[in-house]
Design a protein around this ligand. Structure first.
Ligand SMILES: [Fe+2]
Length: 370
């Protein structure tokens, strides 16, 4: 007895999926158009559309988009009465995401070949060999189906990955109750500063992630040190300072975090070179790390910790300014001041319920400014 393998099942799914994809046949010659449509329907293609002019073709494509039922493949004649040659091809290719097969007379072969350079995927010559066209259509639609599947599974993996990060951040917060909401606030402030400084979505997102995970290395440090009331001695301080290196060691193997790891590793470097772990100075420190440093310092100053009296947001901002150029990058301090002022000083807000990291990341990439 024959058992379906996973690949068999997948190919079966692909076979079924492409039969419900939308095919548009644009051909001014009624006979060949009807013959192609009949052939497609005989092969159980369920959604076949027709057009005989370029204008009609664009109308069908636009209507599909408007209904969120886009055409997947178009067979496009090069001898349309209203827009001959490559004119329609250029318009379709520039505006619509569709697989494209050109239909050319023997004498138009050179034009069809030229069309491949204009975004066409393939061509067929008249008189059309319907079997050949079907094979080409099936190949292109299968490729399209697989691309869509790949996009879908990448999005699923991404969500899974972000959830894992959220759990890591929560574990850290559980370890030190005084840091509750700290990572979330640092992330929010750091990404707002990044936006203020003109970074694009991807970079804002990386900085937001660095904010969430910047202290993840503290997972490797004893609670008795993390929660010690009062100042730390030299050995204890050195132990705590190791959290930046521990974090980069934990996170470095994760491919999706490559951009953020450097920001996490260097979020305690000082602008004047007196920080850790590598005593980098000025522009040597990744900008994302300089931003995370300012955001973290602000939140630490205003937070209620076991061993210090919290500063008011105004006092904390004054402290950022006082240390601008020594501990902090002046450019980042200026941007932070704008964000904090505009937002009525972030930390003075009542505490928000914790969000999941995926939600937070979504906020980061959606918001234009805080
Ligand atoms: Fe830190």
């Amino acid at each position: 007895m024959y058992h379906f393998s996973v690949i068999d099942k997948y190919m079966l799914t692909a076979h079924q999926a492409i039969r419900v994809m939308r095919v548009l046949v644009v051909d001014p010659h009624q006979d060949s158009r009807d013959a192609l449509v009949a052939k497609l329907q005989a092969e159980r293609y369920e959604k076949v559309y027709v057009a005989s002019t370029g204008e009609e073709a664009v109308r069908v494509l636009s209507a599909g988009l408007a209904k969120r039922e886009p055409i997947d493949l178009i067979l496009l004649s090069l001898s349309l009465p209203d827009r001959p040659g490559l004119e329609t091809l250029d318009e379709v290719h520039n505006v619509f995401d569709v697989a494209l097969v050109l239909l050319a007379g023997r004498e138009e072969r050179h034009l069809a070949v030229e069309g491949l350079g204009h975004g066409a995927d393939d061509y067929v010559l008249r008189p059309v060999n319907a079997e050949m066209f079907l094979l080409k259509a099936e190949k292109l639609l299968t490729k399209r189906f697989l691309h869509k599947e790949l996009r879908r599974s990448t999005a699923r993996n991404e969500t899974l990955f972000l959830n894992v990060l959220a759990v890591m951040a929560k574990v850290l917060e559980a370890k030190d109750p005084f840091t509750r909401f700290h990572s979330q606030k640092v992330s929010t402030l750091a990404s707002a500063i990044a936006r203020e400084m003109g970074f694009q979505d991807d970079e804002v997102r990386r900085i937001g992630i660095a904010g969430i995970l910047h202290d993840i290395g503290k997972m490797g440090i004893r609670e008795s040190i993390l929660q010690k009331p009062g100042p730390l001695d030299k050995t204890e301080r050195e132990t705590v300072e190791r959290h930046a290196i521990i974090a980069s060691t934990i996170l470095e193997p994760i491919e999706q975090l490559q951009g953020a790891v450097g920001y996490i590793k260097h979020h305690h470097e000082r602008f004047d070179g007196g920080g850790y772990p590598e005593r980098l100075a000025g522009e040597q420190i990744p900008l994302g790390a300089r931003i995370t440093h300012v955001a973290e310092a602000f939140d630490a100053m205003v937070a209620k910790r076991s061993y210090n009296v919290p500063k008011t947001p105004e006092e904390a901002l004054a402290e950022l300014r006082r240390c601008s150029g020594t501990q902090f990058d002046p450019q980042v301090v200026s941007a932070a001041a704008v964000v904090l002022r505009r937002n009525g000083l972030l930390a003075s807000r009542p505490e928000q319920p914790a969000k999941s990291l995926p939600d937070l990341i979504e906020d980061l990439t959606d918001q234009v400014s805080l």
